[in-house]
Design a protein around this ligand. Structure first.
Ligand SMILES: Nc1ncnc2c1ncn2[C@@H]1O[C@H](COP(=O)(O)OP(=O)(O)OP(=O)(O)O)[C@@H](O)[C@H]1O
Length: 524
């Protein structure tokens, strides 16, 4: 029995006889036989533990079990071993879920812990054993209580309740994430019966029946994401995830990890456990790559490889993972012009452009405006809790004469703002800021009329509060900049990527400027 090991280390150890003659902190002389007393104390403590614990065992520094107490033998049948096949084995091979190896490796005791394995649940204690130089030479494990569910009922009940709460929270998060990956739109739900809208729906039905990459082209706010979801919902992949990434909204340095994931241990901090990329999350389903024209060239090459091989390699890993994903890409940019001046890879463009669908701007399908406004008003009422509103003919006529650079997103913003600012059930042109007299009824509205004016109502207009006159040059420049950004945001219906493009500035610079002018992001 390795009692010497237990007595040899830690605070109970006595290293040499010199202690016998030393004084304690109060100056009292210790008895001459202090050393042997300490050794005896260590031995007694060990025996006390060994006898009063339900079972005790000792392992050496290689994790091998070198001794078990009489009491410990009662657990061997439940662990599925007899003594001859237990002693001498590495502890992790014969005691499931034990942390004894951790005690050896860290040198830190685990004073009280709950251990559950096939033999039951136990309250256990684990202590390192050290030699006279302080080196860990083994560890002692003690079973203090078995069946703690009867002896420690309140604690176990609380532990069980917390565990159940945690499981329920995990289930809710998983359900929420799954719900986010279910498409919200169908092709029938894509509003519009104009020739242009019907042509889009016909093409969408046709591509939904295939498994090929689709490219959606159209100005900002024309419904590219709506259509991507609808195509997914009509495809054979409908029951599997729909995952979207807005490339313009992810900082360039994070895009690769966002797409391909991060292997466990590749980074320290939040990502040390690893993270699945969007390709993996979309496995079996559809990945929607919005603003594909904003993808950096280096990543375009990697994306092309994934599309060709259907394999991804997470960052920091040297293993590839197979993925089965249908890609729908979208852009408001002129990709062929980008290819021509070297900003977009030609090979990726041809790969994406197999089945292009061009979404018409709102001004090219004005006959859909009434139906769109009706659906959007219903949705606004449902989400805001406000009463449902309808539009008077003069309001529709006024809306039909606006420029709509931000398309349906901008239409939605304008309707929402008018609904918020008025209590009336029927909204008239004046609720949108139109002058008192407006043009005639909406019937006969020219389908392809190109309106000249931008709507007067916009969520992104400059705040009405009077501004003090700018004084220094810097203040005047800031004022001009603020106004230009506000106008770009209004014109793009709040789409920051499109606004940055319009202003000819990188997205990151626009984001930084918006931190200087936060009022531009607030509804008036
Ligand atoms: N046909 C439609 N029916 C109903 N709502 C629509 C339709 N098209 C667009 N919308 C609404 O307009 C808004 C913008 O649509 P969406 O995000 O799909 O546009 P987008 O073309 O992807 O824009 P961006 O290029 O700026 O990302 C959304 O609120 C969406 O619900």
């Amino acid at each position: 029995m390795p009692l010497d090991a237990a007595a040899g280390g830690g605070p109970l150890s006595a290293d040499d006889g010199s202690r016998a003659a030393s004084a304690d902190s109060d100056g009292r002389q210790l008895p001459a036989d202090a050393d042997s007393l300490l050794k005896l104390a260590a031995r007694s403590l060990f025996e006390l533990f060994a006898n009063s614990a339900m079972g005790t065992f000792v392992i050496d520094r290689d994790h091998r079990i070198v001794w078990i107490s009489e009491g410990y033998k009662q657990f061997l049948p439940a662990l599925g071993h007899d003594e001859a096949h237990f002693v001498g084995r590495r502890v992790e091979e014969v005691v499931p879920n034990t942390l004894m190896a951790q005690v050896i490796d860290t040198g830190q005791p685990i004073l009280v812990d709950l251990l559950t394995n096939k033999a039951g649940t136990f309250v256990v204690s684990r202590l390192p054993l050290r030699d006279e130089r302080g080196e860990v030479i083994g560890a002692i494990g003690m079973v203090l209580l078995d069946h703690p569910e009867s002896t420690m009922q309140p604690l176990i009940a609380k532990f069980g309740r917390l565990q159940r709460e945690l499981d329920a929270a995990h289930a809710r998060i998983a359900e929420h994430q799954a719900a986010q990956r279910r498409p919200r739109y169908t092709i029938a739900g894509f509003i519009g019966s104009s020739d242009a809208a019907l042509a889009v729906k016909r093409q969408a039905r046709r591509v939904a029946a295939t498994d090929t990459t689709v490219l959606l082209l159209g100005e900002t706010g024309t419904g590219k994401e709506v259509l991507a979801q609808a195509i997914h919902a009509a495809s054979a992949r409908a029951a599997l995830p729909f995952v979207g990434v807005n490339i313009a909204a992810v900082p360039e340095t994070l895009l690769e990890a966002e797409f391909f994931g991060v292997a466990p241990g590749a980074y320290t901090g939040a990502d040390r456990k690893g993270r699945d990329g969007k390709f993996k999350l979309a496995h079996g389903g559809t990945l929607f790559l919005d603003e594909i024209g904003d993808m950096p060239l280096a990543l375009q090459a990697k994306l092309l490889r994934v599309l060709q091989e259907q394999e991804v390699e997470p960052l920091g890993s040297n293993r590839v993972e197979r993925v089965d994903v249908r890609v729908i890409a979208a852009t408001s940019r002129d990709l062929s012009a980008m290819v021509a001046d070297g900003r977009f890879r030609a090979d990726l463009y041809y790969r994406l452009n197999v089945l292009p669908i061009r979404l018409p701007p709102l001004r090219k399908r004005l006959s859909d405006l009434e139906a769109l406004a009706e659906v959007l008003m219903e949705d606004i009422a449902r989400r805001s809790g406000l009463a449902a509103r309808s539009l008077a003919p003069d309001a529709l006529d006024w809306l039909a004469h606006q420029a709509w650079p931000g398309n349906i997103r901008e239409l939605r913003n304008v309707l929402e703002q008018a609904a918020l600012m008025s209590d009336e059930r029927v909204l008239h042109a004046r609720h949108f800021g139109a002058p008192a007299a407006t043009s005639g009824p909406v019937e006969g509205m020219p389908a392809a009329a190109v309106p000249a004016r931008a709507p007067a109502v916009s969520v992104f207009r400059l705040p009405d509060l009077p501004q003090p006159p700018p004084r220094t040059l810097a203040e005047q420049v800031a004022e001009v900049e603020r106004r230009a950004i506000a106008e770009a945001l209004a014109a793009t219906g709040g789409n920051r990527a499109a606004a940055a493009k319009r202003l000819g500035m990188p997205r990151s610079v626009l984001y930084e400027r918006l931190t200087r002018y936060p009022e531009l992001l607030q509804s008036p």
